[in-house]
Design a binder for this molecule. Sequence first.
Ligand SMILES: CC(C)(COP(=O)(O)OP(=O)(O)OC[C@H]1O[C@@H](n2cnc3c(N)ncnc32)[C@H](O)[C@@H]1OP(=O)(O)O)[C@@H](O)C(=O)NCCC(=O)NCCS
Length: 166
Amino acid sequence: MSGAIVRTAQTGDRSAIHALVERAFGQALEADLVDRLAADGDVVLELVAEKDGGLAGHVLFSRLIIEGDGVSCAAVALAPLGVDPDSQRTGIGAALVEEAHRRLEAAGEKLSVVLGDPAYYSRFGYRRGPAEGFSSDYQCDALQALAWGVAPTAGRLVYAHAFAVL
Ligand SMILES: CC(C)(COP(=O)(O)OP(=O)(O)OC[C@H]1O[C@@H](n2cnc3c(N)ncnc32)[C@H](O)[C@@H]1OP(=O)(O)O)[C@@H](O)C(=O)NCCC(=O)NCCS
């Protein structure tokens, strides 16, 4: 990767993260989502990539609950992932996701779900098959899951509140 350092996001990063995510997506929607997830305390893991003294990338995993028949299971949702347009295709997105996965698995998380392009997320192990059985407003071919060990493959996906106001 081109000289970027991946680290945990800090409270003092909030305005820089907002600006970066807005630049990455070319709109404020995802940056506002990040702000809301942080304000609501729904962040499980948030990493930034620092390069040349500024932020070049960001990824956030929020708490996702899978409601089964009388049983609820905790999982995480990957969203959003953004890299500064000037730094894209240099491996920063991959470095953020791979480091986050290492930390999440080590912390005992069992399942991550993403809504995104399979051509990109399949390289990190996300697959459509394990996500097909979930009931969700976001159910579609782009919904994919990555399990660490034994994880649910059915149930209703309940995203953090911030997603409801998108
Ligand atoms: C998608 C994104 C996070 C990838 O980050 P990145 O640092 O540029 O990606 P990496 O350098 O790790 O990987 C580059 C590879 O991903 C591929 N890629 C990048 N964006 C892609 C996309 N949207 N769909 C499929 N493949 C994509 C590139 O073609 C490249 O492939 P290669 O390795 O075969 O050449 C970044 O392009 C971005 O921020 N895009 C705008 C915001 C966005 O769409 N986020 C994803 C929301 S689900």
